[in-house]
Design a protein around this ligand. Structure first.
Ligand code: GDP
Ligand code: MG
Length: 679
């Protein structure tokens, strides 16, 4: 042999193990066995041939013809396949059922269909019809193989076969749909053992007119009466010389014919786009199985339905494949999110997983029935989004928590800085916490303007929580401020009140209350100035001011009580008395003489001093304008100190104690005169 392609014919392959090719990708595979069963490993076989991902970039050709007309030989030479060829010495039928093989170095699936002969055998007719249906539903080119001497034998087996093909084709493609409007099939007649005395053109004319006759006599459904043979088929003719008698020409003519299957640039390239049945390579197996099942059960073979079923099955499969990887990816972030982590770049990851899954789906599924493809795509989008949504929601929650934590931390840090402005610290912390949340939320939006990817509600919740934290902080801060003001108030009143209480005049309380009121007014003003920048509420201000007034009053009373404690008041009384009894108007110490009016002076000094007790006894200014009504009750449950400094009993007791001291002075004064007389 001078053709490498012929090598296969001389060594037919061993039967395959479980239908799998034992050696290499160009092995044949039986797809319909002798019992007319579909052998369901075609999908793996197509994958093994490397055509599974070819999409529409493959072609399918089938051969038809009588038994032992060199069909398998022709296919093997044309496509480099290794279909069984009849052993010359035995001359018995070899090809049983339907076999498939990938053409060598080409994306072509070749089907070798069991030939039919005895038209008288009913069963053959049955298989002939079924295999015609099967082949027409998938093939672009049907090679019709016949001997030259069969041409013109109108009653011959070939014509019966072609009648069947036409009938079956009408059933399949008769009612042309929008999609199949341009759908055609090429019938390539290969006339074998062409001697050459009758030119090919004449043979072609004969065959064509025979075909036309068959077509015309075909019983067509009413609505297809006008359809012409050429509406469905393109016809092409070629001839080959005798394989043995003209071996060299046989080989070179086959090589030339092969070019029509491989060279796209040729005008007579056989695989025209209009012939393609538009079954993606990864769906061929499922599709063929479905077709065969329909054919076997003698159901009406409705191609649109088959294509839709195929689309549903494949789109589901492709979708599941796209989902598998996606689920792995999505799963990887599930735990960390559940553990409360904020995952940086999650949105980018989610968007890329999603678009990867969709493009995996689109790449393969978009070749199928469009409505089904789109419907399943919407389902897939739904599944993808419902898988991503918990990650989105989880991350939102985690962002919310992180934002709150950062808000609190920033405030704590801010309040440590000397001279901080509380309101500024809070508003800065709020702004950065909200930005942290919003930036994070925006990043994980997978689909813009879509109900699944909304985060405004979570932001609203966050704001609410920030507000309540801020409120609490402000309350604390207000308390702190009231304390500071109280401390300052105490220091401010301490000295003036001490001085005022130490220099008893009838205006003693006017002075003390004036100091108190002025200092309190300053304290209140200072509170309000600061509180304004805090955004305190009226209520909070009222509460704080009430507290401040209570505390101020309490502080004043503490100061007064301290200055009017027994020892202190008695000292004051004593000093006051002595200043009037033991010193004269000029402040000079008196030396009593016997005719001095000791009794009168003593009584006068004692009485004015005793009056002082009543003056101190109640906080009562001379000027009614300065009168003060103390707060009713004091915060934290202690009893309210009112205006009374000394109770009536206390006044009597102090009076008694003072009198005893005064009497001692009197006695001493008396004694001093006695002493001076005695001298
Ligand atoms: P199939 O049954 O149609 O597949 O035919 P085969 O390819 O098995 O061939 C049947 C017999 O015909 C074999 O013995 C081949 O060697 C022989 N044969 C193949 N091609 C030709 C040809 O072109 N002319 C002739 N006369 N015999 C051929
Ligand atoms: Mg054969």
């Amino acid at each position: 042999s001078n053709d490498a392609l012929s090598a296969n014919t001389s060594s037919p392959s061993k039967p395959t193990l479980n239908g799998h090719p034992p050696n290499g990708t160009s092995d044949r595979s039986q797809i319909i066995n002798d019992e007319k069963q579909f052998i369901p490993n075609l999908n793996d076989q197509i994958a093994a041939w490397g055509l599974r991902d070819a999409g529409f970039d493959y072609n399918l050709v089938a051969v038809f013809g009588s038994q032992s007309t060199g069909k398998s030989t022709l296919l093997n030479r044309l496509f480099g396949t290794n279909f069984d060829v009849m052993d010359e010495s035995k001359r018995q039928q070899t090809t049983k059922g339907i076999w498939m093989c990938r053409g060598r170095d080409m994306n072509v699936l070749v089907m070798d269909v069991e030939g039919t002969d005895g038209r008288e055998r009913g069963e053959d007719q049955d298989f002939e019809r079924k295999s015609a249906l099967f082949s027409l539903a998938s093939s672009e080119v049907l090679i019709v193989n016949l001997w030259e001497h069969q041409v013109g034998l109108y009653q011959g087996a070939n014509m019966g076969l072609l009648k069947t093909v036409f009938e079956v084709n009408l059933g399949l493609f008769g009612k042309k749909t929008q999609e199949s409007a341009s759908q055609r099939t090429l019938l390539l007649f290969v006339i074998r053992d062409h001697i050459g005395t009758t030119p090919l053109a004449n043979l072609q004319a004969t065959v064509t007119s025979d075909l036309q006759r068959i077509w015309d006599t075909l019983s067509k459904p009413a609505e297809l009466q006008d359809r012409k043979l050429t509406d469905y088929f393109d016809l092409s003719f070629t001839a080959l010389p005798h394989k043995i008698l003209a071996a060299e020409r046989f080989e070179s003519d086959i090589r030339a014919l092969r070019g029509r299957f491989t060279d796209k640039s040729r005008d007579d390239f056989v695989f025209k786009p209009a012939y393609h049945k538009r079954i993606p390579a990864d769906g061929v197996a499922f599709y063929m199985e479905g077709i065969w099942e329909q054919v076997q059960t003698n159901k009406d073979l409705d191609l649109p339905t088959q294509q839709e079923l195929l689309a549903q099955f494949r789109c589901d499969e492709i979708s599941a494949g796209a989902l598998a990887e996606f689920n792995e990816q999505a799963k990887s972030q599930k735990r960390p999110i559940e553990a409360g982590q904020v995952i940086s770049g999650l949105g980018e990851m989610m968007r890329s997983w999603r678009s990867q899954a969709l493009s995996r789906y689109d790449r393969d599924a978009s070749r199928y029935h469009q409505a089904v493809y789109k419907r399943k795509r919407a389902d897939l989008v739904g599944t993808l989004d419902s898988t991503l949504s918990p990650l989105f929601v989880g991350q939102l929650k985690n962002l919310h928590k992180a934002a709150l934590v950062s808000f609190k931390a920033e405030i704590v840090a801010g309040l440590k800085v000397d001279g901080y402005n509380f309101a500024d610290v809070v508003s800065k912390a709020r702004a950065s916490a909200e930005a942290l949340f919003s930036d994070g939320a925006r990043e994980i939006v997978v689909v813009e303007d879509d109900a699944t990817w909304q985060w405004e509600e979570e932001l609203r919740l966050l704001r609410e929580e920030i507000r309540s934290v801020a409120d609490q902080l402000r309350k604390d801060e207000t308390k702190k401020m009231v304390n500071t003001i109280e401390r300052k108030f105490k220091t401010q009143i301490a000295e003036p009140v001490e001085v005022q209480l130490g220099s008893p005049t009838p205006e003693i309380w006017d002075n003390v209350l004036r100091t108190f009121k002025e200092t309190l007014a300053r304290s209140e003003a200072s509170y309000l100035t600061k509180a304004r920048s805090f955004d305190c509420t009226e209520e909070e201000n009222d509460e704080a001011l009430t507290t401040l007034r209570h505390r101020a009053w309490a502080a004043l009373r503490v100061k007064i009580d301290e200055q009017t404690a027994d020892a202190a008041i008695l000292t004051k009384l004593r000093t006051y008395f002595e200043e009037r009894f033991r010193y004269d108007e000029q402040g000079v110490p008196r030396v009593w003489k016997p005719d001095d009016d000791i009794d009168g002076a003593f009584k006068k000094a004692k009485d004015v001093t005793l009056e002082l007790i009543s003056l101190y006894a109640k906080i009562e200014p001379q000027d009614p304008e300065l009168a003060y009504t103390p707060p009713e009750d004091v915060v934290e449950g202690t009893e309210a100190p009112g205006l009374v400094v000394f109770s009536e009993t206390k006044v009597l007791e102090l009076g008694a104690r003072f009198r005893r001291e005064a009497d001692a002075h009197y006695v001493e004064a008396k004694r001093s005169t006695v002493a001076s007389i005695a001298q």
